[in-house]
Design a protein around this ligand. Structure first.
Ligand SMILES: [Zn+2]
Length: 432
């Protein structure tokens, strides 16, 4: 071809020094291309894909790797703080585990806000349960409406990627406990239309249609016919099914009937910490087979062997203190609960042994050894627990998780999957 011929001719006719200059220019151009590949200013967008480009030199220190990853936390209880305490998440709060300032500091990209209806306070169904869920959803939606410079209300993997491109935090919704659907199938679509993208059929109290790991009836209760129709409806809509909190029979009914990948938004491994809330190895295998993800919780009670028994002892010791705090709080039932939790928070910190991020990675490691690195993620349960791990105490310390993963030999590609890539895959599988 003509250009090739021309190049050959040029090589012969150019003086030696000009040929050297040309070679230098080519070398410089190549180096510039290596340093600035095709003007993609946001390195995060190149991550969470399998192929880490060899042409892209990147810092290999833990913080740089953490910053490049898309980090998705599947579960915080901060919506209740927004509603009950009217906290301003734009400020760095002096208490709790989560706000926009600390989320930015921890390089979090997407946060699922749990819409939790406590059945003891709001009913296991009915108008009050629905209102409680709707009010929390409204506070999260208002967050994005009032502060669009910080938050982007998201319902899909594409929305999360857009938030990353725009330097915002994606805010997403998940329903914890199916109480708010009030045993009516049409309400599943109602919540989907409000932006909810996952639901757990039960929290610590069983519903008529699904058993919980937190009560006696749940031990033998799986999904009834209505429960199975809820799973079908969620599959039809593209709403993820969350097995955190459900009982063992309910877990098995869900994985055996769902046609879409099943997730646990905030759970850990029973093989390490033997509590009913955690998943057995068989369950982890079955969940992975659906293509799903176990998002490991950061709560010591579900992480550390024997910690739950110690906590029960402490609960007895501090019982009078907790009651006193509740009795002397003049506010509503919700305010009394907040007062009780403040005492627990203080006393657990004083009386229980610290647990650190290394234990979280023990659970991640266990899941990876069982089913590979494609089926594990993270779900902190921040603001839903009275105590957190000592070196991942708030969202600001999220880079410590990446640091520990790298120290244990995980690659950047593995870290990308664990922090959020696996959940992006599952969300894409649900996209309609
Ligand atoms: Zn929970």
């Amino acid at each position: 071809m003509v250009p090739r011929k021309q190049e050959t001719i040029n090589q012969w006719i150019l003086p030696t020094n000009r040929r050297k200059n040309l070679a230098n220019r080519i070398l410089i151009t190549l180096l510039l291309l290596l340093a600035f590949p095709f003007g993609c200013s946001n390195n995060k967008m190149n991550d969470n894909t399998q192929n880490t480009s060899v042409a892209e030199p990147s810092a290999t220190d833990p913080l740089s790797i953490h910053q490049r990853a898309i980090a998705i936390d599947m579960h915080v209880d901060t919506a209740q703080r927004l509603l009950d305490e009217d906290v301003d998440l734009q400020q760095e709060l002096s208490d709790g585990h989560f706000d926009a300032v600390r989320a930015k500091a921890g390089n979090l990209d997407a946060q699922f806000f749990s819409i939790w209806v406590e059945p003891q306070l709001f009913g296991g169904g009915g108008a009050r349960a629905i209102k409680r869920a709707d009010d929390q959803i409204a506070t999260v939606r208002a967050l994005a409406e009032k502060h669009p410079e910080t938050w982007l209300l998201a319902t899909s993997a594409d929305d999360i990627r857009r938030a990353v491109r725009e330097g915002k935090i994606a805010a997403l919704l998940g329903l914890e406990g199916g109480y708010a659907i009030d045993e009516r199938l049409e309400n599943v679509q109602r919540y989907y239309d409000l932006g909810v993208r996952y639901m757990s059929p039960a929290w610590s109290v069983s519903t008529s249609w699904a058993g919980s790991s937190g009560d006696d009836v749940g031990r033998t209760r799986g999904l009834n016919e209505f429960g199975k129709s809820v799973v079908r409806e969620m599959n039809r809509l593209g709403m993820m099914i969350d097995v955190s909190h459900v009982s063992d029979p309910t877990f098995w009914d869900i994985v055996n009937s769902s046609t879409a990948p099943v997730i646990a938004t905030h759970s850990a491994c029973r093989a390490i910490a033997d509590v009913p809330r955690n998943l057995t190895d068989d369950m982890i295998h079955a969940l992975a087979k659906t293509g799903g993800v176990v998002n490991v919780i950061f709560y010591p009670e579900h992480l550390e062997p024997g910690w739950q028994a110690l906590k029960k002892k402490v609960d007895v010791e501090i019982d009078a203190m907790v009651r006193e705090a509740s009795a002397s709080e003049p506010g509503s039932a919700v305010q009394k609960k907040i007062a009780r939790d403040r005492v627990r928070q203080r006393e657990y910190g004083r009386r229980l042994p610290p647990v650190n991020v290394s234990r979280i990675v023990d659970h991640i490691d266990h899941i990876v050894k069982l089913v590979g690195v494609d089926h594990v993620g993270m779900g902190s349960d921040f603001d839903g627990v009275q105590i957190t791990t000592s070196d991942l105490a708030t969202v600001a310390e999220l880079p410590n998780l990446t640091r520990e993963l790298l120290r244990r030999g995980y690659s950047e590609s593995d870290v990308n999957k664990i922090l959020g890539g696996n959940m992006l895959r599952v969300m894409e599988a649900h996209a309609r």
